[in-house]
Design a binder for this molecule. Structure first.
Ligand SMILES: C[S@@+](CC[C@H](N)C(=O)[O-])C[C@H]1O[C@@H](n2cnc3c(N)ncnc32)[C@H](O)[C@@H]1O
Length: 351
């Protein structure tokens, strides 16, 4: 069932358990309270293409695809400063550029974009026409990937990945949390969770997370009945730390250490260190959960067309086998592996 939601009509908590199994189109994103089907669940959980990770070799599976096209902001900055942009600066540019897309009223922007394109045609200036067309293509792609397909947040895929961990009131550490979406989804699924988000870009805490819509519903669980429950950001117990992951001094105190889109931003010589971040704070029996973007044709196209929004920092696209082998070689057992819409996913534990 699909209904359009207009932001003016929103109340602080507009959805409840009666909306479970429904989906709505908001001008900025999709709301999806549908449970995943058996087919979707099986696609993810039972993908399990690898039965013995020790038999996999880099020669056999190849290395990830490195995205070469960088944003104009990065190339301009490097020209001006006559040096490579450092990772932390690159993240500040990325987070700002990415967030600006999440808050667009897409139908309104598309109408405006079409008008601008027609106006540019009348100008007969090739540069203007190309610019207006480029803007329109980006908008169409963003509408399709984020709003129609819901590929970025992908709540059904994430729920399929995160389900069944048999954890009670887990402590969750989210490394490189950005707006914090996935930890909130986990928190909704595992009632009583305590969530700690960490990101060294303060814009993530103060804007991306702070402005994450209060009225966005996560499908979680009611601990009293075991039935579905609709959970909002302010129902969750969240602390947000602005710091470098390398400065954290937690002990082994988390049931889940999570990262979404982190590993692929580090060239091979740093991957062990990133894997280690996921091990260092895990309790005995805890789970490291990671996702990274898939190396598929449409992802390559997305990062090409959206380069100015997405590509401020080093980025690889990889297969789930490559992602799993990095973690296996870094001393993890892979308990679950598969892919969701645009990301690969792993659940693993230190050996
Ligand atoms: C690609 S983003 C995560 C993707 C995210 N889901 C999004 O929507 O942007 C990675 C995040 O990790 C943060 N990050 C990278 N290295 C970090 C470090 N050493 N310490 C803390 N945060 C870090 C960046 O600031 C960025 O917000």
């Amino acid at each position: 069932m699909l209904r359009e939601v207009v932001s003016e009509a929103s109340t602080p908590k507009p959805f409840n358990e009666e909306n479970i199994n429904e989906t709505f189109l908001h001008p900025q994103y999709r709301i999806d309270l549908r449970r995943y089907s058996d087919k979707e669940y099986n696609k993810f959980v039972h993908l399990n293409t690898v039965s013995d990770w020790s038999l996999l070799t880099w020669k056999g599976i190849g290395k990830p695809f490195e995205v070469q096209k960088y944003s104009k902001e990065r190339t301009d900055w490097e020209l001006e400063h006559a040096r490579q942009m450092d990772p932390q600066t690159s993240w500040t540019y990325f987070n700002k550029a990415f967030h600006e897309w999440f808050i667009k009223d897409i139908p309104a922007e598309k109408t405006h974009g079409k008008k601008q394109f027609i106006k540019s045609l009348r100008s007969f200036h090739t540069k203007e026409i190309k610019h207006a067309l480029g803007d329109l293509i980006q908008l169409q792609l963003w509408n399709y990937i984020h709003r129609i397909q819901d590929g970025i947040w992908d709540p059904r895929g994430k729920r399929a990945l995160f389900e069944g961990l048999h954890l009670k009131k887990p402590r969750i550490l989210f490394l490189g949390a950005a707006e914090g979406y996935e930890a909130m989804q986990l928190g909704a699924m595992y009632p009583g969770s305590e969530i700690i988000m960490v990101d060294y870009d303060e814009y993530c805490k103060n804007t991306r997370f702070a402005d994450f819509p209060e009225d966005y519903p996560f499908l979680g669980e009611n601990p009293k009945t075991g039935q579905g429950k609709v959970i909002y950001k302010d129902d969750l117990n969240i602390e947000y730390i602005v710091d470098d992951i390398r400065n954290l001094d937690f002990g082994k105190e988390f049931d889940i250490v999570l990262s979404v889109g982190l590993l692929e931003h580090f060239p091979d010589k740093y991957k062990h260190e990133v894997a280690d971040w996921h091990r260092r704070f895990l309790k005995e029996g805890g789970y490291a959960i990671l996702t990274t973007p898939r190396n598929q044709l449409r992802s390559r196209l997305y990062y090409h067309v959206m380069a100015d929004v997405m590509n401020h920092t080093y980025r690889e696209l990889m297969t789930v086998e490559q992602m799993g082998l990095y973690m296996y070689e870094a001393g993890f057992n892979i308990l679950r592996h598969g892919y969701i819409k645009v990301h690969n996913g792993l659940i693993c534990q230190p050996r």
